[in-house]
Design a binder for this molecule. Structure first.
Ligand SMILES: [Zn+2]
Length: 70
């Protein structure tokens, strides 16, 4: 099962190596994670970095969590 974020306005999606509950967590705590990223030089897990990049780029858009089986 692959999970990711999809922007309903841009019809763009990103698939991330994590779980649906982790994606929900990140989306709800984006402001907190953004603060943490300012203080960690090495960055966080790649799915968090990629997920944050997507969420920030689609800030204010309608982003949903999607999944697909492969
Ligand atoms: Zn968008």
């Amino acid at each position: 099962m692959h999970v990711g974020y999809q922007c309903e306005e841009c019809e763009e999606a990103v698939w991330l190596a994590t779980t649906r509950s982790e994606l929900t967590w990140l989306r709800n705590r984006r402001h907190l994670v953004r603060e943490v990223l300012k203080h960690v030089s090495a960055g966080l897990d790649s799915w968090i970095m990629d997920g944050m990049e997507f969420l920030e780029r689609h800030d204010g858009h309608s982003v949903v969590i999607v999944s697909k089986s492969t």
